[in-house]
Structure formats: C-alpha cells, structure tokens
Design a protein around this ligand. Structure first.
Ligand code: FES
Length: 190
C-alpha cells in the first residue's frame, strides 16, 4: 500500500530556517532530522533533499543517520499513534496478538506497513515503557491500556475511534460483509 496520499507538503522556508539555526555541518544532521520529524511526524523526501542540497551533509551521511536511529521514520504517520510495548514482559504476555488484532481492525494486511490505509492510525512497536506489571499493554494517544486480553485491544481502539471520528477500515469492511450475509436484509425496507 502506498503512502502517497499521506505525504506531507514541505515548506522550504522552514527547512531553510532550521538549517540557519542548527547549522550545515555534518554534526547538525541529528538536530536537523529531529526538527523535520517534529514538524511532519516523519522525514519527507523533499525535506531530506533540501538538506542535502543546502548543507555540507551528503546523502549517505543524512540517510545513514536517519536509518541508524530508531526514532526516525521514513514513512508518513497516521493521525493517531498506537504504541504496542514489545519489552520482554509484554512480549511473553502476548504483545504479538495485540498487533494482529489491531492490524485486523485497521485493515493493515501488509507486514511491512504500520499505518491504516485511510491514515487514521499508525501502530508502532516500542521497547519496555516501564509498566511491566500491566503487561501486555498499549498506548493510544495519551491513554495507556494494560492487562490486555482477547478482544480488549480492538474494544479500546473502537472506542477511541468513535470519540475521535475515525473510521476503522478493517472493521467497516467486516460490518459491510456481515450486513451482506444477513438473510432478509434486502427485504427489510419493503
Ligand atoms: S515490557 Fe512492556 S512495560 Fe515493560
């Protein structure tokens, strides 16, 4: 699935201002990337190209730093973030099942993808966040949900989606399918 529709529009003036403020030496690579990501939520290609063109940082240095640090994202993020803890305790308690359940609701079918096709949510795996007694857990926005079992993850996600006017692509598809399969559905109106 392409992220094309989620790509940010880069403001060249902002990139110029960051370069003026943070410098154009190779040592400025990390702060520049941080500034770009803070603004856009990821590292848009046009912003990276501007940095390469207007500083002494070459492409291999910049992309080398961007891919070395886990904090940097090369792809656009959804409007809402979900963090799933994959520290040891959460992993043992079934963190993978949380991902599977969320991906199902979000219509994420490609293992390489972490963002719903409609840009509603991005699911990010994170290291231990220090609440191991609540394992397994996830964070949606600024809310933490722990001791997740079975369908808990989807239930919390659906509630968050309702409260934030988001549509869950996977869930919408299932509902459509259910209605289609319901006997007598077509005749109810007559
Ligand atoms: S392992 Fe998940 S909070 Fe520690």
């Amino acid at each position: 699935m392409s992220h094309e529709s989620l790509e940010a529009t880069v403001d060249p003036a902002k990139v110029d201002a960051w370069i003026a403020e943070l410098g154009s030496e190779p040592s400025a690579a990390v702060p520049l990337l941080q500034a770009i990501q803070t603004e856009y939520g990821y590292l848009p290609r046009p912003a990276m190209e501007m940095v390469i063109k207007n500083t002494q940082i070459n492409a291999s240095q910049l992309f080398g730093v961007a891919t070395f640090y886990a904090q940097f994202r090369m792809n656009p993020v959804g409007r809402n973030m979900i963090k799933v803890c994959h520290g040891t305790a959460c992993h043992v308690q079934g963190a993978d099942r949380i991902n599977t359940s969320l991906n199902h609701a979000l219509g994420i079918t490609d293992e390489e993808e972490d963002t719903a096709p409609n840009g509603s949510y991005t699911v990010e795996d994170v290291a231990c966040i220090g609440c191991c007694s609540l394992a397994p857990l996830m964070i949606i926005g600024d809310q933490t949900f722990g001791n997740l079992k079975g369908s808990d993850a989807q239930r919390h996600l659906k509630k968050h989606a309702r409260e934030h006017n988001e549509v869950l692509p996977g869930h919408a598809e299932q509902e459509k399918q259910k209605k289609k399969n319901k006997p007598g559905q077509q005749t109810a109106k007559a």
